[in-house]
Write a protein that binds this ligand. Structure first.
Ligand code: GRG
Length: 307
């Protein structure tokens, strides 16, 4: 990573590192996306409303930290980081729709369809999805990513977000609402619905940085374990958190009969499983030495978080 963006040591603490990287992502997104005044204004406002609502930016920071582990640069990685946040935000907008989870609170604000109406919320999600692939296909300077790496990153993101990943996981999640699930099915839902995008964040950080096959395998395993741990913690927070602390409706999983780790395994076993997964994920990073430290701290942060 180039020194002008600050190393973890220079930033002194992980919280400052995280805030600094999240701010880089926000600045990039702000410059890349059409201003609110761009006609038709309603859709430009709706896109920005959800994107700049205070999300934690964990996926884009994960892309940046994975790139850092294998010697990538911020300039060449930011378009991919931004693309992951756009896909993630689209998924949240659509997930909150009346046809899916029917939620009225997200990132501490009324959801997109509550503010802009259902049609515009659907279109804002669609717009974010197409913007994500546009920025990866044709990233503005100073990014100098080769066409080969761009195509690989696009393929990776498309497959993680699509039927074999997030969309497929969401379908399973809806299908099993209110029905008993066994442990294997629950893990399958989690690995697809949430895990696929987190796994791909780690992989794409490696891909845009020209990681070796061995390093890419390490990032893949790391992403799989961290991704599942992330969703287990999300399930626990839904039980233990509240609307104000989470910025979304707490207790929603139980009310809508969702398949969750606390439901199937109990809270303490769910917590133990998340710890075990992250400990294994951290082990994958050892060969990266100091360069893998931000990634390691990010994985620990993902399971210690309170929102
Ligand atoms: C609608 C195609 C489609 C997919 C939806 C990811 C997803 C699939 C739905 C989101 C529902 C949900 C609450 C899943 C749990 C895990 C998750 C993605 C939580 C939100 O991610 P955070 O905590 O959110 O990183 P912020 O707002 O900080 O970005």
């Amino acid at each position: 990573m180039s020194p002008d963006h600050g190393t973890l040591e220079a930033e002194q603490s992980f919280e400052r590192y995280l805030a600094g990287r999240a701010a880089l992502v926000d600045t990039y997104l702000d410059r890349y996306l059409p201003p609110e005044s761009t006609p038709p204004e309603k859709i430009s406002r709706a896109v920005r409303y959800s994107l700049f609502a205070g999300g934690k930016r964990l996926r884009p920071v994960l892309v940046l930290a994975a790139a850092e582990a294998v010697g990538g640069t911020v300039e060449d990685t930011l378009p991919a980081a931004a693309a992951f946040e756009m896909i993630h935000t689209y998924s949240l907008i659509h997930d909150d729709l009346p046809a899916m989870d029917d939620d009225s609170l997200r990132r501490g604000r009324p959801t997109s369809h509550v503010v802009f109406g259902e049609a515009v919320a659907i279109l804002a999600g669609d717009a974010l999805q197409t913007h994500a692939f546009a920025v990866l296909a044709d990233p503005p300077a100073p990014c100098r990513l080769s066409a080969d790496r761009r195509v690989r990153a696009i393929a990776e993101l498309a497959s993680a977000a699509g039927v074999g990943g997030m969309v497929g996981g969401q379908v399973l999640d809806l299908e099993f609402e209110g029905r008993p699930v066994d442990a294997a099915t629950l893990e399958r839902i989690h690995r697809h619905k949430t895990g696929a995008l987190i796994r791909a964040s780690a992989r794409v950080g490696g891909i845009v940085s020209g990681a070796s096959e061995d390093d890419l395998s390490r990032l893949t395993r790391f992403g799989e374990e961290a991704g599942l741990a992330f969703q287990i913690v999300d399930d626990i927070l839904d039980v233990e958190g509240n609307d104000a602390s989470l910025g979304k409706s707490a207790g929603k999983d139980a009310r809508s009969g969702k398949a969750t780790y606390p439901l199937v395994h109990g809270v303490s076993e769910a917590r133990r499983k998340a710890e075990e997964l992250v400990s294994s994920a951290l082990g994958r990073l050892k060969p990266f030495g100091a360069a893998g430290r931000p990634l390691a701290l990010l994985a620990e942060h993902m399971i210690r978080r309170s929102r």
